[in-house]
Design a protein around this ligand. Structure first.
Ligand SMILES: Nc1ncnc2c1ncn2[C@@H]1O[C@H](COP(=O)(O)OP(=O)(O)OP(=O)(O)O)[C@@H](O)[C@H]1O
Ligand SMILES: [Mg+2]
Length: 489
């Protein structure tokens, strides 16, 4: 199906999210949609899939004008969207989620749905247990499930909104194979990203948005410099690498064993010093998140001990970790990091209260305004956090870091962020390190880890490598270890 969007406009109150944006996607191709954080990519795709209605402009499918009143309408025309934040029902099973919106009428045929699920999963080489609960699966698996659900509904146009931000390199390769195959079968794929490599690797054509406007289009061979200029209106240069000057030990882990219902992590022995940034690499679910949560005081270890600045915190509650200056910034921005339904001012108020018993809202608002500026958040003090773009939510989480912080634990701090924002975030993290904090960072972007971290540890099936000097490692070596090569036993 050929998709055309013509002269689309969309505003949210005073925010002009899209202005006169047009997009044409040929059937059977993979079309990239590139743009920095807040450029309007998600908004444009929500309009195409019926989640939002444009203020002006039209949509044509195979040359015919159409109007969608809801996502169900979009689906009826064969347009399905995989959202930036998973839109599934976490507490329900894979099968229940799969059946959502698929079955007609009152009576559901679970057996038939189960067979359909298994058949589709086999076809694409996905390994999904129909009875598993969705909140226990990785983001990659949840994506696979949603993809199968959409395919069962007979979609002809598949929109993916930054699908690679939460998944590991092998899962990404598998996803790309799947997309190429869907395109060969005649489906139209629209791939939203801000990563240039992905455009080069996957897309037959790309449209670039900048601040709600069309910045240009390109076809292979792509020029990365030209694409960056289109995205940001100028070219960017990388900062220099400065060696860390590690100080006193901040975090000491000895003989630690921890686990959950499906993974045993350990034994871990690790010392992280003040001023140091440690990168944690591994496929989703290899133990890195578990270790992070143990260090944050959210999960108690089975054995071993954790000391922060010489204080033994083993078995202590989360608030003891907070008091010791341990801070955890989770990957799941809207589920764990921020509180949906509260404004930016209210968030800052929770961390930095103004006034005693009564909140001084005028001061709170002024404080919020100051932090919004300092952290470059595109939003107003009254903006609800869920209305911020992904990148701006990440900035808001960093703005909420309470000082002094001695141990800063971050999961995917640049997930979903464009090049410029990522560089900005890393600059902030480096500053924290220079001021004496010890940092541990999980990222699925290996290049980023090598570039910004001092040492890297790799996780594989609950095993943990020795810390390795980042400067002596290559992306290939790292990728091999993550995939399980070179491990003893
Ligand atoms: N529901 C909403 N209410 C108010 N403003 C919104 C809403 N949705 C989006 N916006 C604003 O519209 C602009 C475009 O946002 P959009 O989410 O489309 O950006 P994006 O290109 O997808 O960014 P990212 O890469 O960070 O996901 C942003 O300034 C955002 O804050
Ligand atoms: Mg988006």
């Amino acid at each position: 199906m050929r998709v055309e969007m013509r002269h689309i406009y969309k505003s949210f109150g005073p925010v002009r999210a899209l202005q006169d944006v047009s997009l044409t996607v040929e059937a059977g191709t993979i079309h990239g949609l590139l743009g920095e954080n807040g450029a309007g990519k998600t908004t444009l795709m929500k309009i195409l899939s019926g989640y939002l209605r444009p203020d002006r402009g039209e949509i044509l499918l195979n040359g015919e004008p159409v109007r969608f009143a809801s996502p169900a309408d979009g689906l009826r025309y064969g347009i399905g969207m995989l959202h930036q934040d998973p839109l599934d029902f976490p507490t329900m099973s894979v099968l229940d989620n799969f059946m959502m919106g698929c079955e007609n009428g009152f009576w559901l045929d679970r057996q038939r749905a189960r067979r359909a699920l298994q058949e589709l999963a086999r076809l694409f080489g996905f390994d999904l247990d129909p009875e598993a609960r969705v909140d226990r699966m990785t983001v990659g698996e949840r994506q696979q499930l949603e993809l199968l659900r959409l395919l069962r509904q007979g979609i002809r146009v598949l929109i993916l909104d930054e699908p690679t931000t939460g998944i590991s390199a092998p899962q990404r390769a598998q996803l790309f194979d799947t997309l190429r195959r869907l395109a060969r079968e005649g489906k139209t794929v629209i791939f939203v990203t801000h990563k240039l490599e992905e455009i080069e690797e996957l897309c037959h054509r790309v449209t670039v948005l900048r601040q709600g406007r069309l910045a240009g289009e390109a076809a292979p061979p792509y020029s990365p410099r030209r694409l960056i200029e289109m995205m940001f209106g100028r070219s960017l240069s990388k900062p220099e690498r400065r060696p860390a000057l590690p100080g006193e030990p901040v975090l000491q882990i000895q003989n630690l064993i921890a686990g959950d219902y499906r993974l045993r992590l350990g034994r871990v022995n690790l010392t992280v010093r003040s001023g140091e940034i440690i990168g944690l690499a591994g496929m989703e679910g290899s133990g890195q998140h578990l270790l992070m949560r143990v260090c944050a005081g959210l999960i108690r270890p089975w054995e071993g001990c954790i000391c922060v600045r010489g204080r033994d915190l083993t078995g202590k509650p989360y608030c003891a970790f907070l008091d010791a200056g341990v801070l955890f910034v989770p990957a799941n921005r809207l589920e764990e990091g921020l509180i949906s339904g509260l404004t930016l001012t209210e968030h800052f108020q929770l961390v930095y209260p103004t006034g005693g018993y009564l909140i001084n809202w005028e001061r709170a608002r002024a404080e919020a305004q100051r932090r919004i500026q300092e952290f470059n958040i595109r939003g107003e003090p009254e903006t609800m956090v869920e209305a911020l773009s992904g990148g701006n939510q990440q900035r808001a989480m960093l703005a909420l870091i309470r000082k002094p912080v001695h141990l800063l634990l971050l999961e995917h701090p640049t997930r979903g962020l464009d090049v410029e924002s990522s560089m900005w975030i890393w600059q902030q993290l480096k500053e924290q390190a220079q001021q004496g904090a010890a940092l541990m960072v999980i990222s699925s972007d290996l290049q980023e880890l090598l570039e910004y971290c001092d040492r890297i540890i790799v996780f594989f099936g609950g095993q943990v490598s020795e810390p390795m000097n980042a400067e002596e490692l290559t992306t290939d070596q790292l990728a091999q270890m993550i995939a399980g090569y070179g491990w003893r036993g």
